[in-house]
Design a binder for this molecule. Sequence first.
Ligand SMILES: [Fe+2]
Length: 292
Amino acid sequence: MPKPRPFRIAHLSDLHLTASDRAARSETRLFGRLRGMNAAFRKIVRTPAIQRADLIVFTGDIADRGEIDAWKVFWNALAEAGLSHRALVVPGNHDVCCLGVRAPWNADARADWAKAAAGLRLGNQPTKLPWARSPDPRVAVFGLNSNNLGNFSAADNALGRIGYYQLQDLANKLHVHRDVPVKIVLLHHSPNIPEDRTAAQRGQRPTGPLGRATHQIPRDQRRALRLLCITHRVRLVLHGHMHVAEDRRVAGVHTVGARATTEPDAGKYYFSTFVVLGEGHRVWRKPCAVRV
Ligand SMILES: [Fe+2]
């Protein structure tokens, strides 16, 4: 019998694309704001590691300020690289939330969502979350919206939130796909921001109590998500948001966080690829660093 063909997945995140190519990323940095995300992304998607992928997943923060023109940059880059039909996208807080301050009466979760939905729709992505897609008989991907829609200020724009009904719907979708061997959950926020002591053990920079309080998914929701992942044998949970490469097992669940793909480090751009291999459908991760 012929060996099953490997199935390759690339995981990119936190592109923070801007409406104009020269605009800076909204996030402040020590030595000035980052620019050049659009140009970097156009080149990254042409690298062999991405071109070879059967599926490319994006875990949010596509548009730095949620603008539709930044989404157009994203979809045009994918189209020009011949990848539009291989992409699956979940939104991040920069795609939907208010990054500044607004009065409570101006906070509108529906309007926030409409912004991201318009960007997703440009690429024919599902806009009702959670969703499930099976791009190969061996693989089922589940997308979650983990954003705090309808926030008032910068203090709560980065908070995670999944919500009971989304988890319930995810449970149903996982059950429907129970016979698919490789189940992958995508969300923007980290379902496991480690305590400072654990971060130190992992050789990671500590997030600190304030960072955890302003970026975390509430404990009951992340625990419920973890239980679903354990009982349904989810093989991978992929997320972004923290802009840190993390690869850990949380109660046995392989959980991988991505760096901001368009943020260079020593002239290289970072992302992960995964390959589903062999009869046992094992999943192997390969960290990638490319010069563009
Ligand atoms: Fe981000």
